[in-house]
Design a protein around this ligand. Structure first.
Ligand code: GUN
Length: 291
């Protein structure tokens, strides 16, 4: 069994990006600048956004964190987005999800200038990606594709099962995997909460991408030998034995699945760090359009 080490791979990618930034700066060109908008004080979201800002510093990007209170109105948030849309200093920005319930997420995502939409969530980028046109690819699926490629996991012709159909992970993942080279070239099944006889489907999979958000859902008896398993889940599960009172659990029951797998991502240290590295890559791309 080979561990798909997202921590190490993302670190390699960040070194590559830092090299690029050095070159950009040496040529007197504009330094990439990412902004992140965080609404409210959700613990996990604060951690993720903090990690994104820290990663910017590490590679030599400029970063701006805009923190807004939980009771921010939709109008105020849309106004902040418009300011970022027209600010020439900002190359790309993200609005961390989920948003408070009183804000219409779709309306917010549609307000982002597609040229600065480094999360790739705007319909223009989703459409462009679907049509194989240059676009910002959502960071988590992009990171998974990169991880598979760097570890030379064969996807061409593989039976891939994506569990989950979210706009952030499952849906774009299924599109990328089904596309022609240099993307996945795979035969893709998208499974979800209404899927019947899921174990029958997962047992036939060469590659499983678990992105449903249910801790330790995929167990060893649901997979075949030599399977490749990508675990996108990261849920805080109460654990009094831990100092902080919780542990981080993936969607995969690592102990049983890893016994059968040929490749598997750990949680933490698998997909999570890759997401951040690919967000940086998208920001570099956004900046390169201006330079
Ligand atoms: N929440 C969970 N994943 C993501 C992501 O990739 N981008 C944003 N903006 N919010 C998220």
């Amino acid at each position: 069994m080979i561990l798909l080490d997202g921590k190490k791979t993302s670190s390699d990618i960040k070194i590559e990006i830092a090299e690029e930034v050095k070159k950009i700066k040496a040529q007197g060109k504009k330094t990439p600048h990412l902004a992140a908008v965080l609404v409210g004080t959700d613990g996990a979201s604060m951690t993720y956004v903090g990690a994104k800002v820290k990663a910017c510093e590490l590679v030599g990007f400029e970063s701006t964190l805009i923190e807004l209170p939980e009771d921010t109105t939709e109008e105020k948030l849309l106004n902040e987005i418009e300011i970022l849309n027209i600010d020439n200093e900002i190359d790309g920005f993200i609005v961390q999800l989920p948003l408070p319930k009183h804000i219409d997420e779709q309306k917010v995502l549609m307000a982002i200038n597609p040229d600065k939409d480094v999360d790739g969530f705007h319909p223009t980028n989703v459409g462009r990606m679907t049509l194989d046109l240059p676009s910002f690819i959502p960071a988590t699926p992009f990171g998974i594709m990169e991880l598979l490629e760097r570890y030379k996991v064969e996807t061409s012709g593989a039976n891939v099962v994506v569990i989950g159909r979210s706009h952030i992970v499952g849906r774009p993942m299924s599109i990328l995997m089904s596309q022609k080279r240099p993307a996945g070239d795979a035969t893709v099944t998208v499974a979800h909460s209404r899927t019947k006889n899921l174990p029958e489907i997962t047992k036939k999979a060469d590659i499983i991408i678990a992105a449903l958000g249910i801790p330790e859902f995929l167990t060893g008896d649901m997979v075949k030998d030599q399977v490749t398993v990508i675990d996108v889940g990261i849920t805080r599960v109460d654990d009094v034995s831990k100092k902080r009172g919780y542990r981080l659990a993936g969607d995969v029951h690592f102990e049983s699945v890893s016994k059968k797998a040929s490749f598997i991502t750990p949680v933490p240290g698998g997909v999570g760090p890759m997401t951040i590295a690919m967000l940086l890559k998208n920001t570099l791309l956004a900046c390169s359009y201006k330079n």
